[in-house]
Write a protein that binds this ligand. Structure first.
Ligand SMILES: NC(=O)c1ccc[n+]([C@@H]2O[C@H](COP(=O)([O-])OP(=O)(O)OC[C@H]3O[C@@H](n4cnc5c(N)ncnc54)[C@H](O)[C@@H]3O)[C@@H](O)[C@H]2O)c1
Length: 416
């Protein structure tokens, strides 16, 4: 994988170099590092739901150099509230002059030379981005008004109707043409365990034969009504399973989309009844309610086979997720990547599974760290990695998730 710009950097990361924030030796540049945050929600400032919190990682990566010059969010009060909280703490210097704007246009109109950003961090809902349509084209607007400024964009790249997929590819093309560095938030690629899997494949010159992925969500913990409504968040494969479809592609390569087949267990089937939903599903139109199980298989262009099962079935809090990658003589099994990653490796010569634990890993930090190093172009360190997920590649993941959803819907329609 590469970023939008040609680079001599490594396409993977030596897992030994992926360290938690407090252990990282910074090769930082000099002077203020101006950033604009688009969206002032959970991904940007954290929540109880998970470890994500981009502002926190930028603060640690850049220290006193970080200057958040603006936040763009129509929920101005929400943005002001988080700024107020930040200004009460030791990171005040990053936020004390932050201006809040309702829209990107407002920011452009009020921009002064000393606000010039080096990066936009985009964590607005995907329904407002990833297209060429006015109001849902933040990437194109940034490329036009801030050519060459780096972009970090959350996953998935969009959540509009399937017909808009071509527009997302168009956005990818424009980003490439502009030459802006662009990273998309598939942070699991930056896990030390995942990079160790890549290292084993590269060191042994392996060809991947199959990927087997399973993502079982703890639905009891999902209290956002929109998540349960396909018309709002496009359904659990596109919104959530996307991380594992992406990781599957990271190992299997491009998918032959015409081969995707899938089956689902639906909310109105006896086996699909759930007893611990925190939301009132009665408020969601029947046709927009989400599947309980979706299971898909496909062929990669390499000939390898991929399978993915998403389940809305577990209670409690933690998800249960696993990815197996097979090659001649090898099984690489990644278990529990969100909570406490363990990699089980079986190699030729023994039936024993080695278990590797990865304590203290923070892929959200590694993702931000690699982005900043690429923006600062710190060439003193040739081991600095390339960005591991670019926009075009992320659109291919989006395409795969749409193909799975549609295949499952076709199979359901045929059963009726
Ligand atoms: N990588 C991960 O593990 C991970 C985790 C959480 C969220 N995310 C992603 O981050 C994105 C945002 O999710 P969230 O949980 O922060 O949502 P959220 O609802 O908590 O926050 C979104 C914010 O964006 C604002 N907003 C709405 N329209 C906007 C627009 N047009 N321009 C700018 N801001 C706008 C909202 O007012 C809100 O403050 C989603 O794409 C989600 O999938 C990724």
């Amino acid at each position: 994988m590469s970023s939008s710009r040609p680079s001599s950097r490594r396409g993977s990361i030596d897992p030994a170099r992926l360290q938690p924030m407090h252990k990282v030796h910074q090769l930082s540049g000099v002077g203020d590092f101006n950033v604009v945050f688009v969206g002032a929600g959970n991904i940007m400032f954290g929540s109880d739901e998970g470890p994500w919190n981009h502002s926190f990682r930028f603060e640690h990566k850049l220290g006193p150099r970080l200057k958040v010059v603006a936040i763009v969010d129509p929920a101005v009060e929400r943005a002001r509230a988080v700024l107020g909280e930040k200004c009460e703490t030791f990171v005040r210097s990053a936020y004390e002059h932050t201006q809040v704007f309702r829209t990107l246009d407002e920011l452009v109109q009020n921009m002064t030379p000393n606000m010039a950003p080096r990066a936009f961090v985009i964590g607005s809902p995907p329904m407002f981005r990833g297209t060429t349509q006015s109001g849902r084209d933040i990437e194109l607007q940034i490329l036009k008004n801030f050519p060459g400024v780096a972009l970090f964009i959350e996953k998935p790249v969009a959540t509009g109707p399937k017909e808009e997929l071509a527009q997302a590819f168009k956005v990818a093309e424009e980003i490439k043409r502009n030459g802006a560095i662009c990273s998309v938030g598939y942070m699991l690629r930056y896990l030390r365990a995942v990079q160790m899997m890549k290292q084993i494949i590269a060191d042994n010159n392996l060809t991947v034969m199959a990927t087997v992925a399973r993502y079982a969500a703890a639905y009891e913990a999902i209290a956002k009504l929109d998540w349960w409504d396909k018309s709002k968040s496009a359904g659990p494969i596109i919104e959530q399973g996307t991380h594992f479809c992406d990781l599957s592609r990271y190992f299997g390569g491009d998918v032959d989309i015409s081969t995707v087949v899938a089956h689902s267990l639906e909310w109105d089937e006896e086996a699909g009844k759930l007893s611990k939903q925190k939301i009132d599903e009665g408020k969601i139109a029947l046709e927009n309610r989400v599947s309980r199980v979706t299971s898909a298989t496909w062929k990669y262009r390499s000939g390898a086979v991929g399978t993915f099962t998403h389940l809305t079935a577990l209670q409690g809090h933690d998800y249960s997720c696993e990815l197996e990658v097979y090659a001649d003589g090898y099984q690489l099994k990644l278990v529990n990547p969100y909570v406490a990653p363990v990699l089980y490796v079986r190699r030729p010569g023994s039936d024993h599974e080695e278990a590797h634990q990865f304590s203290d890993d923070d892929p959200f930090f590694s993702e931000v760290s690699v982005l900043v190093d690429n923006i600062e172009d710190i060439e003193e360190d040739p081991e600095t990695a390339q960005i591991l997920s670019n926009f075009e590649d992320a659109v291919k993941t989006y395409e795969l998730t749409w193909a799975i959803r549609e295949a499952a819907e076709r199979s359901r329609a045929a059963r009726k």
